[in-house]
Each structure stands twice: as C-alpha cells, then as structure tokens.
Design a protein around this ligand. Structure first.
Ligand SMILES: Cc1cc2nc3c(=O)[nH]c(=O)nc-3n(C[C@H](O)[C@H](O)[C@H](O)COP(=O)(O)OP(=O)(O)OC[C@H]3O[C@@H](n4cnc5c(N)ncnc54)[C@H](O)[C@@H]3O)c2cc1C
Ligand code: FES
Length: 288
C-alpha cells in the first residue's frame, strides 16, 4: 500500500516580498477565457519549485494574485494557466508577448510526489483544476518504471463544454503512458467523447483502490463528489490530496499577514495542497 504521509512542507521562498521581473515569452489561448503565460526571468536565473506550489503574479499597475505553476520543475519557460475572472487575471491573460510581469514565490505545499512510489496514482481534475496537476502528471510519467515511480497513472478530466477543455495536446501525449479519460458536462456539435460529470469516471477507472493515491483539483462541489466516489471505491481518505483555494484573500504568501487564515490554518503556508482529512477540517471552519 502507498505510504500515507502529509504533503511535504514548503521550502523557504527566495524573494518573499519583492517580485522578480519575468518577461512574457509566449501566450497560448487554452479556452475562450483561459490563457497560459510562458515566463522567462529577466535575470536569467533558474526557478526551483515543486508541482502544486503557486506564485504571486503581479500585473504591474493593476494588482497581484495567487496562481499555481502549471509547468514541470526543471523545464523552461515557467508556465501559469490563468482564467480571466476579474481585473488582475484579465490583465495577466492579455499581457502581450515581450511585456513584463512580477513573480514572487514559490509558495505553499506541493503534491508530495515522493510518497507515491509503487502507487496507482489517480489524478482527477475539473476545468482549470488541471493546471496545478499538469506538472505533477509529467513528473509521475517521467518516473514510471523507476524504483521511485508509480505503478500506474490514471488521469480523469472533466470540463463544462468541449471548448473549456485545456491542455488537449498534453492529454493526447499522456495517453501513451497513462490511462486518460475525458468527459464534458454538455456536449456541443463534433464532440464524440464522454458526457457527464467527472465523478462518473471514477467507478470504472482502472486502478487498485487499496494501493491508490488520489490527487484532486477543481471547483469545491466537484471535489466533494470526487472524494465521495473515491472513498466508495475503497480509497483511504488519508490517501486523497486536494488543492484548495477557498476564495481566501492572499497577500504576503509567506504566513505573516494572516489574510488567508482559516482557524489555525494559513492557506499560503499550510496549503494549498492538503490531505482530505485536513480539507474536511478546513471546510468545517469555512462554514462557521
Ligand atoms: C493558491 C491559489 C492558487 C490559484 N491558482 C490559480 C490558477 O492556477 N489559475 C487561475 O486562473 N486562478 C487561480 N487561483 C484563483 C485566482 O487567484 C483568482 O481568480 C484571482 O485572485 C482573481 O483576481 P482578479 O483580480 O482577477 O478578480 P477578483 O475581482 O478578485 O475576483 C473575481 C471573481 O473571482 C472570485 N475569486 C477571487 N479569488 C478567488 C479564488 N481564490 N478562488 C475562487 N474564486 C475566486 C471572486 O469572488 C469574484 O467573484 C488560485 C487561487 C489560490 C488561492
Ligand atoms: S497570505 Fe499572508 S499569511 Fe497567508
């Protein structure tokens, strides 16, 4: 059975309060309201992080927001995949190639992939929830067949409509080494795949629940139903990790200002990746 460790603690961030400047080296439109920004540091330095961590991105003159890193550690450029929901995310999504953005981080806990040796890893993503999981899937697939690697990787992805499906090229590439299933809530013309919520894929996915580790990210309601479906399949609650955001205001990112506090928990320091038992305590706090 897989080791049941908590997600590993965040390493100390390098430049906690002053954003480093990064140049927009590329921008890819993933969906009508979602873009991936490819960023290169203007000082040429490398940027170390673990999958699941986030950065504070600054659109200069507009504001700063937390955004998960969607690239794989060690690869360049640094990728962030952003849904346009308000002024800062809109400015970032529209940042022209060649312009500068600010980056502080990396912050927060990661997926803790070192605990996944010999596990059947089940990755469940809803919508833009695939962004913080992308680097994790790539690392897991790199490790497949190695002593520290997973026994198998299953990726289950849901999107509201086919045009909201992000990272299509990656999903196709992952099929060579992983079981990948995709579903949409509502089909449009030309869609020949599954229709239904992503939780409907959990029951028939090819993994051994007793050796499974699950990584889940998506809207809160999707995560609740996914956890229920995983537990019904026999996955241990302690083997389920979630990336939560809980709509908390994030400011310092370093555990100092208290803006992201929920009870004794600081989302920027103790999250955003948590085990399911931790997440249920958090959700109880959020509902107080
Ligand atoms: C740890 C963490 C990682 C994140 N990673 C990503 C990512 O990879 N890609 C991405 O697109 N977004 C991500 N987000 C959400 C992102 O930070 C917010 O969408 C952003 O702060 C909105 O800023 P804004 O000024 O554009 O809009 P605002 O005007 O601040 O908000 C617009 C709308 O979005 C809602 N909203 C704001 N923040 C959040 C939030 N954190 N969660 C849910 N709803 C929110 C507001 O209630 C409002 O309805 C992450 C959030 C956290 C906490
Ligand atoms: S954002 Fe300041 S303590 Fe978390």
């Amino acid at each position: 059975m897989a080791t049941l460790t908590e997600p590993s603690p965040a390493p100390a961030p390098t430049g906690p309060f002053t954003p480093a400047t990064f140049r927009v080296a590329g921008r890819e439109q993933e969906a009508p309201d979602v873009a991936t920004l490819a960023l290169e540091p203007t000082d040429g330095r490398s940027f170390a992080f673990h999958p699941g961590q986030f950065n504070m991105l600054t659109a200069f003159g507009v504001g700063e927001v937390p955004i998960s890193i969607s690239s794989r550690p060690g690869s360049r450029p640094l990728l962030h995949t952003i849904r346009e929901v308000g002024p800062v995310t809109a400015a970032l999504c529209r940042a022209p190639v060649g312009s500068l953005v600010g980056v502080r981080g990396p912050f927060g806990t990661d997926w803790g992939l070192d605990a996944f040796a010999h596990a059947d890893v089940v990755v469940v993503a809803g919508g833009i929830g695939l962004a913080p999981l992308r680097g994790a899937v790539q690392v897991l697939l790199d490790r497949a067949g190695l002593p520290m690697g997973p026994r198998k990787v299953v990726v289950l992805v849901g999107a509201r409509t086919p045009d909201q499906l992000i990272f299509r090229r990656d999903l196709d590439a992952w099929r060579a080494h992983a079981e990948v299933a995709v579903t949409v809530d509502m089909a449009t013309s030309g869609w020949e795949g599954n229709v239904g919520v992503v939780t409907s894929l959990v029951g028939s996915a090819g993994f051994d629940a007793h050796r499974a580790m699950a990584l889940v990210c998506g809207p809160e309601v999707m995560m609740r139903h996914t956890v229920q479906a995983l537990i019904e399949r026999g996955v241990l609650p302690t083997s389920i990790r979630l990336r939560v955001s809980l709509e908390r205001n994030m400011q310092c990112g370093t555990g100092l200002c208290g803006h992201c506090q929920l009870g004794p928990f600081l989302l920027c320091r103790d999250g955003p990746v948590v085990t399911y038992p931790q997440a249920s305590r958090l959700l109880a706090e959020a509902e107080l």
